[in-house]
Design a protein around this ligand. Sequence first.
Ligand SMILES: Nc1ncnc2c1ncn2[C@@H]1O[C@H](COP(=O)(O)OP(=O)(O)OP(=O)(O)O)[C@@H](O)[C@H]1O
Ligand SMILES: [Mg+2]
Length: 171
Amino acid sequence: MPAALPVAEAGADVVAAEELAHLLGRGAPRAPDRDSLEAWGRAVGALLPRPATIALEGDLGAGKTTLVRALAQGLGVLDLEAVTSPTFALVHRYDAPRGPVVHVDLYRLKGPEELDALGWDELVDTSPVLLIEWPDRAANSLPRDTITIVLSHDPSEPGRRSLRVLAPAHR
Ligand SMILES: Nc1ncnc2c1ncn2[C@@H]1O[C@H](COP(=O)(O)OP(=O)(O)OP(=O)(O)O)[C@@H](O)[C@H]1O
Ligand SMILES: [Mg+2]
C-alpha cells in the first residue's frame, strides 16, 4: 500500500508527534503572560498522549520550569512544590496517576558521557512523560519523536514570552 510508506519510513511515533505538535502549536498563545502560559500548560498536560517527550528551549528565566510545573499539574502531579529545576540532581521524578513524570535539566551537563551516567537510554525508553530543559546539551541523543517548545524573552514586554511549538522534523 503506497500510502503507508511515509509512515513506515518516519516511524509511527514520529508521525504522531508531528501531528500533535501542529495541533499544540495551533492552540498555543503566541505571546503569553505567566497566567496564560500556565493555563495552556495545564491544558496540554491534561490531553498529552503517552509516551511523550517534550523539550523546553529558552534562555535563563525564559519560563521553562514554569511551563514544566503547569504541564505537571495538568498531568495530575499533586506535589507541585517539588517541581523545580533539578539543577543538582539533573533528574526529578514526580508521581502522577498515569505513571511518573520525569523532568530533566541538562544545563550543567558536562558532556555526552555524563548522559550515560544518568542512564539516559533507560530514561528515554521507560519514561511515560519526559520533559527536558536545555535539550541542546543532548542534541544528538534526543528521541526522534521529541516535540520542542521554545520560549523567548521579549525585551519590550518583560511579563510576556514568545512561545513556539516545533514538530520533530523542525528541531
Ligand atoms: N510570561 C511569562 N511566562 C513564564 N514566566 C514568566 C512570565 N513572565 C514572568 N515570568 C517569570 O519568569 C521566571 C521564569 O523562571 P523559570 O524558572 O520558569 O525559567 P527557566 O526557563 O526554567 O530558567 P532556567 O534556565 O534558569 O532553568 C519566573 O520567575 C516567572 O514568574
Ligand atoms: Mg528551569
